[in-house]
Design a protein around this ligand. Structure first.
Ligand SMILES: Nc1ncnc2c1ncn2[C@@H]1O[C@H](COP(=O)(O)OP(=O)(O)O)[C@@H](O)[C@H]1O
Ligand SMILES: [Mg+2]
Length: 205
């Protein structure tokens, strides 16, 4: 069945009420919705428009700082304490800034969401040189990733979040970006202690 026929067969009505926001809560929900849509749009763009942008020489710490800037709203809102441990004098990496920033934003937002309602909410971003590679780590003090999920979190549409909050596209997008940069991603996680994602990217010789 063609998509158009399917839609014709299942008529849908869209209805919405328009009333001005009454409380700051409504404004916050509006922001949250906008952020979610932006995240979804970015993921879909990354899937559908591979390598549209050119790779350039980048300072890994600047990539981290820009990613943090771009998701300041989510981390502030979640009441997360942010710690940076960015090694000075790192070698540069070859990368597409938007893609790498988006990958880090996905990891940061996941970390902030995982720590929601936890007593301690600490997000730690660190960088270090490791031989001819650069490592970027995003560590949280969330609940950890349950063992039954660990093998599948990088698959598209795997999510534990309620509908409307998670798309399950975040980590699959991150993996795709990292592979396109000839790097790798792995994680360590401990129940009730937290999770650390590590991106390992080749330094420019
Ligand atoms: N830092 C983390 N701590 C605990 N669980 C995580 C973390 N990051 C990802 N996850 C788990 O992996 C799933 C997939 O993540 P992701 O691909 O970004 O999709 P989404 O965030 O839309 O659910 C999440 O729903 C969550 O269960
Ligand atoms: Mg996510």
């Amino acid at each position: 069945m063609k998509i158009r026929d399917k839609f014709a067969a299942e008529p849908r009505t869209f209805s919405f009420e328009f009333s001005p926001p009454r409380t700051p809560d409504a404004v916050i929900r509006l922001f949250e919705t906008a952020e979610r849509l932006r995240g979804l749009a970015q993921s879909l763009l990354a899937f559908s428009r591979p390598a549209a942008e050119e790779a350039t020489s980048l300072d890994p710490n600047e990539v981290v700082e820009r990613a943090l800037d771009l998701c300041r709203y989510q981390t502030l809102k979640a009441g997360v304490r942010l710690e940076r441990a960015l090694a000075p004098g790192l070698p540069r990496i070859l990368g597409v800034p938007n893609q790498l920033e988006m990958a880090l934003i996905n990891l940061i937002v996941n970390a902030a969401q995982a720590m929601n309602e936890r007593p301690t909410r600490e997000l730690r971003l660190s960088t270090e040189a490791d031989g001819d590679m650069v490592k970027i780590r995003v560590a949280d003090t969330g609940p950890g990733i349950p063992p039954r999920l660990q093998a599948s979190i990088f698959e598209p549409f795997v999510t534990t979040k309620p509908e409307g909050q998670g798309t399950g596209l975040g980590l699959s997008t991150v993996l795709m970006v990292v592979e396109r940069h000839h790097g790798k991603i792995d994680f360590t996680t401990a129940p009730e202690r937290g999770t650390t994602f590590t991106l390992t990217l080749p330094a420019i010789r």
